[in-house]
Write a protein that binds this ligand. Structure first.
Ligand code: CP
Length: 312
């Protein structure tokens, strides 16, 4: 593949190849000397048009550990503020001959559009409510390491599904790898055409969590609710917030996941989030660096195999 725009475009064998490589990068990242020259000579530009802690910092660390020249564009300080369009911004940076663009944008489809205009590899770091492919891949690696496999598991994705690109990418990936996925949340926060995904849908946490292996919690994404219904946080936690009692309906060894950022006391109880016997939230962050190293390594192999045309 030339770009990594979504899980939609990946085959199960490509997902497995990436996870296998990421496992090797986990080992590298745990060493004192974490450096490799895999991306030496290549230039990576990170363009984040939306806030990020985990994704932006892990892409930056991943690029630096692989030896790339990494530049973080400060979009707040860019000429976007003077009215320059996304495409003109991308074409301007493209003329400086980057090899990898990592892009996050609030609008669904914006990263795909940008990828059609540039002649370098593009990685989608999250576009609107569409996809967040590296999040789903790091979630898959976390599950595979905790459960020993990433197939035939019962997995519950809980909360604000309608506005979540994390849910969409995870639904696609977990489906491709033949897992049984359940969605749990208020009907007002379920997508309209949820039947298209072939999943079971619940609006009761205790019923939905029965016998699951993995519980993925999601944040209420108020920034994407466009003035629609926003539940009260207190009522939401009572009905849909994960705590020890609700988790007791899942399997005894079920793991708890959250992509972050977390709102403690809204979608998850803070004590449970910190319980190292159940929560793998910090492991997810660790896997994020390794998965992004693997993704950039594989794209760089393709770049080197078919050198890009120089735009004039
Ligand atoms: N999970 C995730 O995308 O987190 P950030 O918004 O902090 O990057």
């Amino acid at each position: 593949q030339r770009h990594l725009l979504g899980i939609e475009h990946l085959r199960p064998d490509e997902i497995t190849t990436l996870l296998d490589l990421a496992d090797k990068y986990v080992e590298l990242n745990r060493r004192r000397d974490k450096h490799s020259r895999t991306l030496a000579g290549l230039t990576q530009i990170n363009m984040f048009f939306e806030n990020s802690t985990r994704t932006q910092s892990s892409f930056e660390l991943a690029g630096k550990r692989l030896g790339a020249d990494v530049m973080n564009m400060s979009m707040q300080a860019s000429s976007i503020k003077k009215g320059e369009t996304l495409i003109d911004t991308a074409l301007t940076l493209n003329a400086m001959h980057p090899d990898l663009l990592v892009v996050r944008h609030p609008h669904s489809g914006a990263v795909d559009l940008l990828a059609q205009k540039v002649n370098c590899a593009v990685i989608n770091a999250g576009d609107g409510r569409h996809e967040h492919p590296t999040q789903a891949l790091l979630d898959a690696l976390t599950i595979r390491r905790a459960k020993g496999r990433i197939h035939r598991l019962n997995i519950a994705i809980c909360g604000d599904i309608a506005h979540s690109r994390v849910a969409r990418s995870n639904l696609l990936l977990l489906g491709k790898m033949e897992n049984r996925v359940r969605l749990i949340g208020p009907p007002t926060l379920m997508p309209n055409r949820i039947g298209d995904f072939g999943v079971e849908v619940y609006d009761d946490m205790r019923e939905g969590l029965k016998d699951v292996d993995v519980v993925m919690m999601l944040r209420l994404q108020k920034e994407r609710m466009d003035g629609g219904f926003i539940p009260s946080e207190r009522e939401y936690f009572h009905r849909f917030g994960l705590d020890a009692e609700k988790l007791s309906h899942a399997k005894d060894d079920a793991i708890v996941m959250h992509p972050g950022p977390m709102n403690r006391g809204v979608e998850i109880d803070g004590t449970l989030a910190d319980d190292i016997n159940r929560s793998v939230i910090q492991e997810q962050v660790e896997m994020g660096v390794a998965v992004r190293m693997a993704a950039m390594d594989l794209l760089a192999r393709n770049l080197r195999a078919s050198p890009k045309e120089v735009m004039v």
